[in-house]
Ligand binder design. Structure first.
Ligand SMILES: Cc1ncc(COP(=O)(O)O)c(C=O)c1O
Ligand SMILES: N[C@H](C=O)CCC(=O)O
Length: 423
């Protein structure tokens, strides 16, 4: 039997100091979150000494597992040379070269400090270069917590029932049009109705912030064709899918060339990062070359770049993605068998090393995801936690597998799934 005395005490203290007691809403696990004290490989230990196998993996970045020695060494070496310069550094040239060669659509790119900043800047580039204000967003897509995309936003915003945040001026969202995922007809209708007024379509190629929801066959290709036909820029937000579906992200896997791309999470090796980039003619309009302004004290932070480079080195050398894809596939197959044996209408969804058990039929869009039994999922999450498995706490987040999740760890996890799904 686990006890959480220290976590409860810290949470009581935290609630007096921070909104909801946390630094990001998704961490406010009811009735109290566990407070992590340390992490290695696939494991987290909380401050009461409980150990959990981690499938949240900081919501995606920790693809090599926690405290990977190569990342630790790269960051530690960088610390010996200083950690913030306010000048360019060789690291950014090296990482830009690597990213651009893996993502040929990113002819030019800039490093920022978070995925939120990356999508904010990419949308600005789209608006600035086209001279148009309207953007299209997919219902349930999440692109960070900035004004123009906090409309029907997935992730914690949906979990907490605030997909349209208060405090966002109507003026900031009046130009954001929503379309359902996997619905080419709706996209075509909107593109035609607002012809000549839309700067871009921004989309997660695989919806990762409402659980993973996969594109129907041909959907992404149609989105590309329709945006091109209507002279609208296509932004792939690959903050989750980048370096996870393949080294070259969803765009490599599905063979699509977006005009602009945003990256984050994995490419910082667990340190804060975001990247936006795309066609040279668009990116060359970013300051100082052009009049679209973007800036940041921490842009191209050396520790994040060093961690990102080391992550890529390990992933390339160890063929991480192929190994992870195999783990993901066998995990999903085993889970599907369990669900089938139980005769429930639950579904197991995922791709590569992303997975989720939905307590309802497989959703193909936001509206369908909302019909799943989120309370049932949360009860299941708590049982798994009591069994030492930390899944993402919401029905509307994706679970991830890391390179540190070996066969034994996965077997232990499947045992817990078996008994918790049954009960
Ligand atoms: C697809 C996607 N885009 C953007 C973001 C924002 O990234 P960050 O949390 O680094 O600001 C996230 C995650 O939060 C995300 O999942
Ligand atoms: N779903 C979000 C990112 O992908 C979760 C991270 C957060 O909001 O803290």
């Amino acid at each position: 039997m686990m006890h959480f005395d220290s976590s409860i005490r810290l949470f009581d203290q935290a609630k007096r100091l921070m909104p909801g007691g946390v630094s990001s809403p998704v961490r406010a696990i009811s009735p109290y979150p566990f407070y992590t004290a340390r992490a290695i490989g696939p494991y987290l230990w909380d401050c009461d000494g409980n150990r959990f196998i981690d499938y949240c993996l900081a919501y995606g970045p920790m693809i090599l597992g926690h405290r990977h020695p190569a990342i630790r060494e790269a960051v530690s070496d960088q610390m010996d040379r200083g950690w913030l310069y306010g000048t360019p550094s060789e690291l950014e040239v090296r990482l830009a070269e690597r990213v651009s060669s893996l993502y040929p659509s990113m002819e030019r790119l800039r490093f920022v400090s978070s995925g939120t900043e990356a999508t904010m800047a990419a949308i600005r580039v789209a608006r600035g270069s086209t001279g148009r204000d309207m953007i299209i967003k997919i219902e349930g897509g999440f692109h960070g917590a900035h004004d123009s995309v906090l409309v029907k936003a997935g992730s914690g915003a949906t979990t907490l029932g605030i997909p349209d945040s208060r405090g966002v001026p109507r003026d900031a969202t009046k130009n954001t049009i929503q379309v359902p995922y996997n619905d080419p007809a709706a996209l075509e209708e909107v593109l035609e109705r607002f012809s000549g007024r839309i700067a871009c379509l921004i989309m997660e190629p695989v919806l990762g912030n409402i659980g993973p929801i996969l594109p129907d066959k041909g959907y992404l290709q149609t989105a590309r064709r329709l945006t091109e036909k209507n002279d609208v820029l296509l932004i792939f937000d690959e903050v989750i899918t980048g370096f996870r579906l393949s080294l070259g992200g969803a765009q490599e896997l599905f063979g699509i060339k977006p005009d602009l791309t945003t990256l984050g999470k994995i490419i910082g090796g667990g340190f804060p990062i975001g990247v936006f980039g795309g066609r040279a003619d668009l990116m060359d309009q970013v300051a100082p070359g052009g009049a679209i302004y973007q800036a940041g004290t921490y842009n191209g932070s050396p520790a994040s770049l060093a961690a990102g480079l080391a992550t890529l080195d390990v992933m390339e050398k160890e063929d991480t993605i192929n190994k992870l894809n195999r783990s993901g596939e066998s995990m999903r197959l085993a889970l599907k068998d369990m669900v089938e044996d139980l005769g429930q209408d639950w579904s197991v969804v995922g791709i590569a090393s992303m997975f989720k058990v939905f307590f309802g039929p497989e959703p193909h869009n936001y509206a369908q995801a909302l019909r799943c039994d989120r309370q049932g999922y949360f009860e299941f999450f708590r049982r798994m936690l009591d069994s030492g498995i930390f899944l993402t706490p919401s029905q509307y987040e994706t679970d991830f597998i890391s390179a540190a999740h070996n066969q034994d760890v996965i077997e232990t996890t499947l045992e817990a799934f078996r008994s918790c799904l049954k009960s």
